[in-house]
Write a protein of this length. Structure first.
Length: 644
RNA sequence: GCCGGCGUAGCUCAGUUGGCAGAGCAGCGGUUUCGUAAACCGCAGGUCGGUGGUUCGAUUCCACUCGCCGGCUCCA
């Protein structure tokens, strides 16, 4: 018989050890491993995240949790936000606690307070938080019946905590305190405030209680914390890098686009260089679609309101639509979507099962009403262009079509320089239309396509759209940020609403399935992502100016112009800088414009019939004749596009 | 839409007890003809986002309004 006073703990490496029952988890870890690093913040007991001083009552597998794991970061930041909250309560006792979770790269805490926090307030709070860290208060967990906790927070005047508690269904709740500060909290936490090595408050902003704009506005403070100053500095440098790459800033500096007051918010003016890049993107897109068996179509920007009643948009999408306009006796609507048009093209003929799948693609510019305050550069606009396509197929073709779209999507995204993806499959939501059988069948087809291609994906349960399941693909940019661009959505609803049909082998009418799909999402938004991904230094195939010929003195002007003519004849985008400026100045300007190739010509080059080639950011590629330069640039273009 | 911050020359930004509006860069005119990220001199450039109010007088104070930025919310 095992000793009832002893329990067995097992480490991830298989080490096992018997420790007295009711040992602290941290103590057990130390005994089993021989030592306990101060990096260990918490512990997973049988897979459940717990405090180091939680008590063990039975045999358990123990896994130390450090900052390196997502859970460790979560615990670390969660403890950090408690420290900040304590500081706020000490500096501003009238502030009431709302909630304070860890978030990606940091944490926030919401407070009910009589006024917004100022930058000076944040400094004061941060200073106080550093004192709390220095004091190294232990985080102590205590449990009490819910009713008792309600009374406890009521007595302390924490009305929001009281409200949260009243909505909790647990009979027993846990509280954590460090020093005099107490908060309702599930935990776990690091052992003591001193474990948080750095803590920096970043900003404050208004935020609604429970995220609902009908609720009162709270004051949110954002901050972050890291185990070392180096890591914090790296994170702050990363924030600077994000600012440096901001497409709104680069768009202006590189003269790509503007969004102007006089035109209206959320509406873009494409300047020549930006428009050229867009043209290159679109040309590539169209050529690829034709190759992939799509048919390109165009549709108008407005249509009778009745069309949008049939599609259901008037019912469920009205808040995102501009107001209808009166034209003669009927009402017309600026289009928020392209799908009804493609459906009507389908419906213009009787369709046979032999015709399916039919694939219509369009770079369709849509207009959606976005509330002021949500527009954001090219990322969130009122007028934007979807790289839209609608596939009409039989139910048994969903999987094959999805497979084709997946292959196509990854190939196109790779060409644009993205190689890391996150894929999500969203399943049936509460308010779904369509029969459960069709949902099961379609979801199964999407999943089979993903599996067939060996794509790793996560399931988002219940996150499908009401009309069908979908696959979303996020791309990771150069800074590791994920952007959702591509989407593949099965639609049972619209074929029904529009009474779509095809004639089957049996001579009877059948209902086709519709698949909405976008690869880039919106051209504008994708362009913005590209700008940030490349920090404005577009790959050569997309660079608006691929080569700039820089003469050193006026003596080389004729030669420079002849070179430009030769490059242009070879199909390259080249310009000459013939100004009476020093070459250093011309290089500086070309660098700022992110021109991939700078071709310097002085007397030596004229004499030898060559060009001195300087790559972007300073690489000296040597001197060579113009034809060699053409080869070099074309090879550089091909290296990117060949990924397709 | 809501909370906070902001709006001065093409761009980046100075400008406090309310008293004729400034710099650098860009632009234009000269000089310079130069070897891999900023030559020099000069000139011009603004109903200080808009409207209304207070005042002898408003870029400055107040109200309203438009827009931008950071969030909330929502999404491509």
């Amino acid at each position: 018989m095992p000793n009832p006073e002893l329990i067995q703990v097992t480490l991830p490496d298989g080490t096992a050890r018997a420790v007295p029952s009711s040992s602290k988890a941290g103590q057990a870890l130390r005994e089993a491993a021989g030592s306990l690093s101060s990096d260990v913040l918490a512990v997973k007991v049988n897979g459940v995240l717990r405090d180091l001083d939680s008590t063990l009552t039975e045999d358990a597998s123990l896994e130390p949790v450090t900052f390196d794991s997502p859970e460790g970061k979560e615990v670390y930041r969660h403890s950090s936000t408690h420290i900040m909250a304590q500081a706020v309560k000490e500096v501003f006792p009238s502030a009431q606690l709302a909630i304070g979770p860890a978030i990606r790269d940091g944490f926030y805490y919401d407070f009910a307070f009589e006024r917004p926090f100022t930058p000076e307030d944040l400094e004061q709070i941060e200073a106080r938080a550093h004192e709390i860290i220095k004091a190294d208060h232990a985080f102590k967990r205590m449990e009490m019946p819910q009713q008792e906790a309600v009374e406890f927070f009521k007595a302390r005047g924490e009305k929001l905590k009281e409200e949260i508690l009243r909505n909790l269904e647990d009979a027993t709740v846990s509280l954590y305190h460090q020093g005099d500060f107490v908060d309702l909290c599930r935990g776990p936490h690091v052992p003591s405030t001193g474990r948080v090595k750095t803590l920096k408050l970043l900003s404050s902003a208004g935020a609604y209680w429970r995220g609902d704009e009908r609720n009162p506005m709270l004051q949110r403070i954002y901050g972050t914390s890291f185990p070392s100053q180096d890591q914090l500095d790296a994170h702050l440098a990363n924030l600077e890098e994000i600012k440096r790459r901001d497409h709104r800033k680069l768009g202006k500096e590189l003269d790509l686009f503007t969004i102007q007051d006089e035109i209206g918010p959320g509406l873009v003016l494409w300047h020549p260089k930006g428009a050229l890049i867009r043209l290159l993107i679109e040309n590539f897109w169209r050529a690829q679609h034709l190759q992939q068996g799509y048919e390109l179509v165009y549709s108008p920007h407005i249509a009778r309101l009745d069309l949008w009643k049939t599609s259901g948009h008037v019912d469920y999408y009205r808040e995102n639509m501009f107001a209808p306009m009166k034209v003669e006796a009927s009402e017309y609507q600026l289009k928020p979507m392209n799908c009804p048009f493609h459906i009507m093209i389908y419906k213009s003929h009787l369709r046979s099962y032999r015709d399916l799948p039919i694939r219509y693609a369009e770079l369709g510019t849509v207009y959606r009403y976005e509330r002021t305050g949500v527009m954001h550069g090219l990322f969130r606009l009122r007028g934007f262009t979807q790289d839209d396509a609608h596939l009409f197929c039989r139910p048994d073709q969903i999987e094959a079509e999805t497979t084709r779209v997946l292959d196509f999507t990854f190939s196109v995204l790779r060409t644009f320089g993205f190689s890391e993806f996150e894929v999500y499959l969203s399943t049936r939501p509460e308010n779904a239309t369509g029969s459960p059988e069709s949902w099961t069948q379609a979801t199964g087809a999407l999943e089979a396509a993903l599996k067939g291609r060996g794509v790793l994906y996560q399931i988002d349960p219940g996150e499908g759209i009401f009309y069908g399941p979908k696959i979303d693909i996020k791309i990771k940019d150069a800074l590791g940020r994920a952007w959702q661009c591509s989407t593949i959505q099965v639609d049972f609803n619209n074929p029904e609403r529009f009474g779509m049909a095809y004639t089957g082998e049996d001579g009877k009418a059948h209902r086709p399935i519709m698949i909405h799909r976008a690869l880039l999402g919106s051209i504008e938004r994708f362009f913005g992502i590209l700008i940030e991904h490349y920090a404005g230094a577009f790959p050569t195939w997309l660079a608006p100016v691929q080569a700039k010929v820089l003469c050193i003195t006026d003596r080389q002007r004729d030669y420079a112009e002849a070179v430009v003519a030769q490059l242009k004849a070879a199909g390259l985008r080249a310009e000459a800088d013939l100004r009476n400026e020093k070459v250093g100045f011309k290089i500086r300007e070309a660098e700022k414009a992110k021109v991939p190739f700078m071709l310097v010509v002085g007397d030596r080059e004229v004499e030898a019939g060559t060009l001195s080639v300087r790559g972007r950011s300073g690489a000296n590629l040597g001197s060579m004749p113009a034809q060699k330069v053409v080869d070099l640039i074309q090879a550089d273009m091909a290296s990117t596009v060949s990924a397709q």
